[in-house]
Write a protein that binds this ligand. Structure first.
Ligand SMILES: NC(=O)C1=CN([C@@H]2O[C@H](COP(=O)(O)OP(=O)(O)OC[C@H]3O[C@@H](n4cnc5c(N)ncnc54)[C@H](OP(=O)(O)O)[C@@H]3O)[C@@H](O)[C@H]2O)C=CC1
Ligand SMILES: O=C(O)[C@@H]1CCC=N1
Length: 270
């Protein structure tokens, strides 16, 4: 697929992770990507790498085939007001990674006939390992395929119903932080049982990667793989049960439910 010009409005943590991933994937060259922020200070390093950078959102969207909205939910309304007169609903595809903002919210602020696709990647997109969910209520099959092809180059994609986008935010986007905290906790345990911190972190991270790959590569179930580790009367089941007595699974489930609830409350229309 030939890559089109892409403009990322709001080049913070997610916008920049996306930009890096797209260039790393080879689908885009840096000069085909325009990055915006309110001040250019934070984009200097990217301008030096050949990205287009701008503080003028309205100007930056004019030549874009694909627009990616990546500001915070509370910054969305101001930005949409700013770019409205520069958007062409007939030729441009509008995508948004903003949590809690629906396709309808965006079309109400811009144009009814604008094709809008909500996309929920995670920061592993910077290393082409994102789990990206996407949804729409009006985009054509051709536009959805375009979005899928772009995000397939930076990880794995799945199309979901739009009402599940806040759930996807919690499980996959916030999920990066949840699993990172788990790895950090494991490494702290590793230090308690005798390893230097840098070794413990590397050992915990590779172990987590191995666990994830067992599920992904073997299409296996976690409990099936756990059963292979827990020798009778052994140390694994002792540790695992200790964790469960302290609410390990329950804490993760409650955290995901809380994040999903908050994700749905991040945007206010006014
Ligand atoms: N971080 C993550 O893991 C994920 C985030 N998301 C979503 O992505 C969006 C961004 O999150 P995140 O990257 O973490 O937040 P950041 O605050 O890091 O990024 C937002 C960026 O928007 C810029 N910005 C704010 N106002 C404007 C404006 N008027 N014009 C242009 N740029 C502007 C800010 O830069 P400056 O202040 O310099 O203008 C900032 O760099 C959120 O809606 C979030 O829900 C989705 C999935 C995962
Ligand atoms: O914390 C947040 O609100 C954003 C959305 C998902 C990940 N980061």
């Amino acid at each position: 697929m030939k890559a089109n010009n892409i403009t990322i409005i709001g080049s913070g943590n997610m916008g920049l992770s996306l930009a890096k991933g797209l260039v790393k994937s080879g689908l885009y060259t840096a000069d085909a990507i325009t990055l915006t922020r309110r001040s250019l200070g934070g984009l200097k390093e990217f301008a030096a790498q050949g990205f287009q950078t701008s503080i003028d959102n309205a100007e930056a969207v004019k030549n874009a085939d694909i627009i990616v909205l990546a500001v915070l939910p509370q910054q969305v309304n101001k930005v949409l007001d700013e770019i409205k007169s520069s958007i062409n609903p007939k030729t441009q595809l509008f995508t948004s990674v903003v949590s809690g903002v629906t396709c309808k919210n965006i079309k109400e602020k811009l144009y009814d006939d604008l094709e809008v696709v909500r996309v929920m990647p995670n920061t592993a997109i910077a290393i082409q390992q994102s789990m990206t969910c996407f949804a729409t209520d009006n985009a054509s099959a051709e536009s959805l395929e375009k979005v899928k092809q772009i995000f397939d180059t930076v990880g794995i994609t799945i199309q979901i119903q739009e009402e599940l986008m806040t759930s996807a935010t919690a499980l996959c986007a916030c999920g990066i932080a949840f699993f990172l905290r788990s790895i950090r906790a494991a490494s702290q345990g590793g230090v308690e049982v005798g390893f230097h911190a840098h070794d413990a972190l590397k050992m915990a991270a590779q172990t987590a990667k191995g666990a994830a790959d067992l599920l992904l590569q073997l299409a296996s179930h976690p409990e099936h793989e756990i059963d292979k580790v827990t020798s009778p009367k052994g140390c694994t089941i002792a540790g695992l049960n200790e964790m469960e007595h302290n609410g390990f699974s329950s804490a993760m489930i409650k955290g995901i439910k809380t994040s999903a609830k908050i994700a749905g409350e991040l945007y206010t229309k006014e």
